[in-house]
Design a protein around this ligand. Sequence first.
Ligand code: FFO
Ligand code: ATP
Length: 194
Amino acid sequence: MSASPKDRKQALRKELREARKAHDAALPTSIRALILNRPPAPLLDLVPEGATIGLYVAVAGEAPTAGYARYFYDQGHPLALPAFTDRSAPMEFRSWDNPYVEEALEEGPFGPQPSGDQPIVVPDILITPLVGFTERGERMGQGAGHYDTWLQSHPQVTTIGLAWDIQKVDMLPLEPHDVPLTAIVTPSRFYGPF
Ligand SMILES: Nc1nc2c(c(=O)[nH]1)N(C=O)[C@@H](CNc1ccc(C(=O)N[C@@H](CCC(=O)O)C(=O)O)cc1)CN2
Ligand SMILES: Nc1ncnc2c1ncn2[C@@H]1O[C@H](COP(=O)(O)OP(=O)(O)OP(=O)(O)O)[C@@H](O)[C@H]1O
């Protein structure tokens, strides 16, 4: 019997997480500071004035978001980050006051997140982490279904995947709940809008 999409995803996820880590670790510090430092013009074309931008705080291996966070903040956009009340709670977004101040965040079950005092918001533009993508806008994440579940109840949101070029694959095992992206940005290319 051939493996199910879920099993094939898990195997590919392991491979791509390792590739992503190795790629990131091999980047010279002086180069890393320049990469994905400012959103490219085709991304800005998708962002209305005043739109709330959902971001993520990158962990080791992930495409960095600090430059985009500061850029959008400087342009007057409200920012938001994923937040969880506990490990089994669904993902929500809470306001991110100030991307220049690290202490503004507290430790959540999946990393730094805004404190529970911050209002819950719905981003208009969502910049998502990913483990793998295709040039057709298909996305594979960490496998917890956090983004797919949230996006299913917020289908109007514009979703932008942020990734290293090496995370592109020809095919992803897909399941019916997988929500495709509006566009993808890598250090060398812009894919979409689809
Ligand atoms: N930076 C970042 N923030 C994020 C996500 C993400 O992928 N990256 N999420 C995405 O949904 C949500 C949190 N959900 C997560 C669910 C599972 C794992 C996870 O399994 N992590 C692995 C390590 C992965 C690696 O080595 O790259 C682990 O803990 O073993 C991480 C986050 C929201 N915030
Ligand atoms: N819309 C949904 N409704 C209910 N469960 C879902 C939904 N989307 C995903 N799931 C659950 O989450 C599990 C993981 O899904 P999948 O492997 O597609 O996650 P992913 O795309 O890698 O992660 P994410 O969406 O967090 O980035 C699925 O097996 C499923 O049980």
